[in-house]
Design a binder for this molecule. Structure first.
Ligand code: NAD
Length: 460
């Protein structure tokens, strides 16, 4: 979309929103049904595109992208009629006999900015919430997944008029500031790295636009001395190396009690072999790195410790084998930023305090995973470390339970979504108190002199 056409296009969304057309429950339901039909119709094209962009198999694409979004649509269609009802609240003594309730009101025209690693899911899952809540939407896909963007554009233009849902393509660094300067969105929902997240937050602050920021972070995985090692290895390997490790909720590094380290490394090697064979490049289940820039960044990490599994890489094919590293050098870069690739540092610890000190070097990670059989250890870890969300005796799957709100905290983000929580994120909670005329005690009105004792009794 040429930048010159932007202000007109964005104003047309505002006009459509202000017309009230998106508010009725029936309208929202119809759009969600239409979206579901279109996704099913374009499912194969989406899977093909996800293979082109990231070498994802159709099965992986279904679980993490298309099926994921279809499940969000089903949840919204099942719950929406209930969600849009006014919600009753109690009324306090001073305001009796008023009644109180909250109306869910759409926010208006919202901007959703997606990342490249799950280019469909990260754009369309919030879209479902935004439609359910009655908003008009501008979708900004990542420019790093062009094949998927082409199919998403086809879907959006086929079923939605551009003054309702608009897909705006282009370089994020150009088109996002242009849109946010020329137009006041009512909400910006961003998924991606923290650097760009800060820029978005600043631009939004200029116009007091509320934001949801779904960022990343260095999510630790702790394997305690009492853990079931074979189970831990299986559950760590499956999410760490899915999408070639390019997952925001992947375990970034493993902290394992020193008494179980060798056993865990052996079990991880075994699982990698079982999942991806000894030729992961040709393996159906194994993805590729998104581009040369990410490939070069990741390959530098490989010299910062000893490689005990994998390490093979090929720039032309954007391939890095599932890799386990030990003996990470002090101040290694691999332990500074989120890895976001198929490299897993395994670091031994002696005491829980020592492990917590390492985790605290990267405050407020998006996720934390803990493998233990001990309730006491579970309480200690969950109670002492601030993080977005996570799992006990599992990794990453909390993301796929859409009853749970998903989001980070502080450094890993602001706000949450999935399932009903997406509807809430894209709705304003309008609190209303309705007061009947038949009771209007004089005590509430001046003169107030001498009423303090009564006020103290009523307002407590
Ligand atoms: P990315 O490069 O795809 O960028 C994200 C979006 O920001 C894109 O749409 C891009 O066009 C836009 N953008 C880029 N530069 C911009 C600028 N200067 N101004 C405005 N917009 C701009 O994605 P990325 O940042 O490489 O994503 C990886 C990060 O995202 C990782 O840290 C990962 O953990 C995080 N992530 C988080 C989640 C989550 O759900 N919390 C999900 C996926 C990825």
């Amino acid at each position: 979309m040429p930048n010159g056409a932007l202000p007109d296009q964005l104003s047309s969304l505002r006009i459509f929103y202000d017309s009230g057309a998106t508010r009725p429950y029936r309208f929202r339901k119809k759009q969600l049904q239409q979206l579901r039909r279109s996704l099913l119709y374009h499912e194969q094209a989406l899977h093909q595109a996800l293979y082109t962009d990231l070498k994802k198999s159709p099965e992986e694409s279904w679980v993490t992208e298309t099926g994921f979004v279809l499940s969000e649509i089903s949840t919204a269609l099942k719950g929406l009629e209930r969600w849009v009802q006014p919600q009753k609240f109690r009324t306090n003594l001073v305001n009796l006999p008023s009644t109180s309730f909250v109306l869910r009101e759409p926010l208006g025209v919202v901007l959703i900015i997606g990342a490249w690693n799950y280019p469909f899911q990260l754009l369309f899952a919030p879209l479902v919430g935004a439609i359910a809540a009655g908003n008009c939407v501008v979708l900004k896909p990542s420019e790093l997944a062009p094949a998927t963007t082409a199919v998403m554009k086809r879907i959006i233009t086929e079923i939605f008029p551009p003054n309702y849902i608009l897909l705006a393509e282009g370089e994020g660094a150009v088109i996002v500031p242009a849109m946010m300067e020329q137009f006041r969105f009512d909400h910006v929902f961003y998924t991606g790295g923290a650097g760009v997240g800060k820029l978005i937050y600043k631009m939004a602050a200029e116009k007091l636009v509320p934001v949801t920021l779904e960022l990343g972070g260095k999510s630790p995985c702790i394997v305690e001395a009492d853990a079931n090692i074979s189970m831990a290895a299986r559950r760590i390997a499956v999410t760490k190396f899915s999408n070639a490790g390019q997952i925001c909720v992947a375990p970034d590094y493993v902290l394992v009690h020193h008494s179980r380290k060798n056993e865990l490394v052996k079990a991880l090697q075994k699982k990698i072999h079982a999942f991806y064979s000894d030729d992961p490049y040709h393996n159906y289940n194994y993805g590729k790195i998104v581009n040369e820039k990410q490939f070069d960044r990741l390959v530098k990490y490989l010299s910062e410790g000893s490689i005990v599994q994998g390490g093979a890489h090929d720039r032309e094919k954007l391939f890095i084998a599932p890799t386990i590293m030990e003996n990470i050098t002090a101040n290694a870069e691999v332990m500074k930023d989120e890895i976001f690739g198929p490299i897993l540092p395994v670091i031994p610890f002696n005491t829980m305090e020592e492990a917590m000190t390492i985790v605290r070097q990267h405050p407020e990670p998006l996720a934390l995973y803990l493998f233990t059989r001990s309730k006491k250890k579970e309480r200690a870890w969950l109670g002492s470390i601030p993080f977005g969300g996570g799992c006990v005796n599992n990794t990453s799957w909390h993301f796929t339970n859409n009853y749970l709100p998903f989001g980070g905290r502080g450094a890993s983000g602001i706000g949450y979504y999935h399932g009903r929580h997406s509807f809430e994120t894209f709705s304003h909670h309008k609190s209303i108190m309705k007061t009947p005329g038949w009771f209007d005690p004089a005590v509430k009105y001046p003169p107030f002199k001498g009423k303090l004792k009564l006020f103290k009794w009523i307002i407590r």
